[in-house]
Unconditional design. Sequence first.
Length: 164
Amino acid sequence: MNQNAVSPDNGLPSDLQEQLTAAKEEAAENYDKYLRALAESENMRKRLQRLCDDRVWQEKKRLLTHLLELADQLEEALKYAKREDPVVSGVRITHEELQNILNQEGVEPLQSVGEAFDPNVHEAVELTDDGTKGRNEVTHEYRKGYVVAGKLLRAARVEVNKSG
């Protein structure tokens, strides 16, 4: 074809028409690559945010679990305190302050006794055969369970009635 021939479509010479078509195809390919890169970047950002959130949760859970162990020990010490003296008062104040810190962090105790056994939030450590209780009912709590923002922080250790 003659290089100066005019394309019937838009009145451009055919060689310019070919260049324009090639440029449009390249632009479309580049735009597609841009959109894919943008999507990949957004997916990576979301993935990193999830990883970061998970890491923060794991570290918070680790720290709060240690604080709960300390709270359990203080509570146990207060059960056996025979008299009110400065040491017992100090232990009580420390326990109350630790409970306040846990409350500020959103730590909430689970209700277990009288509830149906749920393996998602309870850890059965003993079975009992109490005819006055319902089947699979939690009859005693050996260690409290806790949640934070709807997530299990620590399962409750419980005794479960096996008959009903």
